[in-house]
Design a binder for this molecule. Structure first.
Ligand SMILES: O=C(CO)[C@@H](O)[C@H](O)COP(=O)(O)O
Ligand SMILES: [Co+2]
Length: 220
């Protein structure tokens, strides 16, 4: 059984000290850097765009896990590949032709993920699961850091885990929103492979210790 991966979300970093915070993640037990790209249309917030992704990529030593909260993400697939993104995740709710988008992500040389909003049923991915490297289960409504975790997520992860097993899919399950040491074990028990954590890491006195605590949770 693989160890859980921790992906600190840089949305909660200090943007005035971005290099310092990226380097903190480099030196920690985190597996990936999680990048939240928001367009102000799909979600009611604008985060950051390509120049900031480029700056992060320059200092990051771990794979870049980009979570696109933008409509019609096909427009930017090649740009993210050129910036060195490892895993590109698009929202089910933001794509007209999800299968085509996933194929385009892989053709550009990246791993492909699909994110689901809290209200979106995992069964909608039934016929595309085999084409995915990751499913991102949103445990808050996308758009902002620092929100409260939605408890229905546990059942959603369990249902998705069963679907993946039934289809013999090796896609990872990533959980994003309101995640921290308090719910990490329960999420891992439910079947999560990757935990995204923003506020619980960057607002902590000792961010590296919080990352280490979550990364060391035993997988049963
Ligand atoms: O995608 C998102 C929000 O839309 C996340 O990646 C958040 O950035 C996670 O922040 P916390 O809930 O952990 O503070
Ligand atoms: Co995210």
């Amino acid at each position: 059984m693989n160890q859980v991966k921790i992906a600190p979300s840089l949305l909660a970093a200090d943007f005035g000290n971005l290099q310092r915070d990226v380097e903190m993640v480099n030196e920690s037990d985190a597996a990936w850097h999680h990048l939240d790209i928001m367009d102000g249309v799909f979600v009611p917030n604008i985060s950051y765009g390509m120049p900031v992704v480029k700056a992060i990529a320059k200092h990051a030593s771990k794979p870049l896990d980009a979570h696109l909260m933008i409509i019609d993400p096909d427009r930017y697939i090649q740009t993210f590949a050129d910036l060195g993104v490892y895993l590109l995740t698009v929202h089910y709710e933001a794509c007209q032709h999800l299968h085509r988008t996933v194929q385009a992500i892989r053709a550009a040389g990246m791993k492909a993920g699909v994110a689901l909003n809290p209200h979106t049923d995992v069964s909608l991915l039934k016929f595309i699961l085999k084409d995915l490297d990751l499913v991102l289960v949103m445990s808050v409504n996308p758009g902002f850091g620092g929100q409260s975790f939605i408890p229905a997520t546990y059942d959603k992860i369990r249902t998705l885990k069963k679907m993946l097993k039934d289809q013999e899919s090796s896609a990872l399950i990533e959980v994003d929103g309101g995640v921290g040491p308090d719910n990490a074990s329960k999420l891992i028990d439910a079947g999560a492979d990757v935990l995204v954590a923003g506020s619980s890491v960057f607002k902590a006195k000792d961010p590296k210790a919080i990352i280490a605590e979550m990364a060391s949770v035993k997988v049963s």
